[in-house]
Design a protein. Structure first.
Length: 321
């Protein structure tokens, strides 16, 4: 059976740029990360690259900002090299003490970058990717005016991938649910006396006029995810067309097989050869019925998945923040 390929992040990546040895050196730092963190770093970088394109930063900020910001994103979790594996790779929820240890990866990564002249220009990703516009983030609790734009972009990409990806310490969360979590994070909140978080009604000049993440960046994330969802639909439809042709082939083979079983002895060879003409490598006459059942199931499963993707695309289009 033809292999079904779909890479959510393959179409736009820093790998598509003409990288020089200096940038390759920075990306080589990822070799020290564990498999989960490295994949996460690559995902965040590719999402960051997409966001930069949708935000048109080359025009609004300057030429080269996309590559710069994407490199920052590749390096954003580099400090996790020094987080104990027992904490970094723990499958259960982290304790309060373990979470405090995990949080140090931001300052550790920043120190690593500042001590290496080749990494120093990209230190913003390590230091600011967990800071929040409303000041509730870490490690320094700075607010919107002190968080560089690259840090704000990486924060959105990082949070999206961290929530939606299946990691060793949590279960998978659907795309729509993930985006709704980010929408909630983009809304201003206040801390009440009984420590319950409530929606704030921002007023002009209020320090609660922003949420944790940048709404403009989040809106463009909707576009990125919608674009990729529609791309996935097109890829899966193409594969569905392939399965449809395979079903026709196996139907014909099965038709000849059934005629062979009912035919008189003198005609069995004729129908046998007819059935075999439709077979591919490693397929046998005996396997035809089972192959047909498996192919029909594969076709139905993928057709249902495409319907879910269409529904997902409709929901993404309705999202607002």
């Amino acid at each position: 059976m033809k292999k079904e390929n779909f890479d959510f992040y393959s179409r736009t990546s820093i790998k598509s740029y003409n990288l020089d040895d200096r940038i390759r050196y920075q990306l080589k730092m990822l070799d020290g990360l564990d498999a989960f963190t490295r994949l996460h770093s690559e995902n965040v970088a590719n999402l960051t690259c997409r966001l930069c394109e949708y935000l048109n930063v080359e025009k609004s900020i300057g030429k080269g900002f996309t590559v710069y910001c994407t490199t920052c994103a590749y390096l954003h979790d580099i400090g996790k090299i020094f987080i104990p594996p027992a904490v970094l790779q723990k499958k259960a929820a982290l304790t309060k003490e373990e979470y405090e240890i995990m949080k140090t990866h931001t300052s550790i990564g920043y120190k690593m970058c500042m001590e290496d002249p080749k990494l120093r220009p990209y230190s913003a990703g390590t230091l600011f990717h967990h800071e929040s516009l409303d000041g509730s983030g870490y490690p320094n609790g700075v607010t919107e005016k002190d968080i560089p734009y690259e840090g704000q972009i990486i924060r959105v990409a990082d949070e999206f991938d961290a929530i939606s990806s299946k990691r060793q310490y949590k279960t998978h969360v659907g795309i729509i649910d993930t985006l709704n979590i980010l929408i909630d994070d983009s809304n201003p909140k206040i801390q009440t006396l009984n420590t319950l978080i409530q929606e704030a009604k921002p007023t002009k000049g209020s320090k609660f006029s922003v949420g944790k993440i940048n709404k403009e960046i989040l809106r463009n994330l909707f576009k990125v995810v919608l674009d990729d969802t529609e791309y996935e639909i097109s890829v899966r439809i193409e594969y569905l067309d392939y399965l449809k042709e395979e079903l026709k082939r196996l139907d014909e083979a099965n038709r000849y097989l059934q005629k062979m079983e009912k035919a008189p002895q003198r005609k069995k060879e004729y129908f046998k050869q007819g059935a075999e003409a439709y077979l591919r490598d490693k397929e046998t006459l005996e396997n035809i019925p089972n192959l047909l059942i498996e192919m029909k199931k594969a076709y139905d499963d993928r057709q249902n998945h495409i319907k879910k993707l269409y529904d997902e695309a409709k929901q993404i289009k309705k999202l607002k923040c």
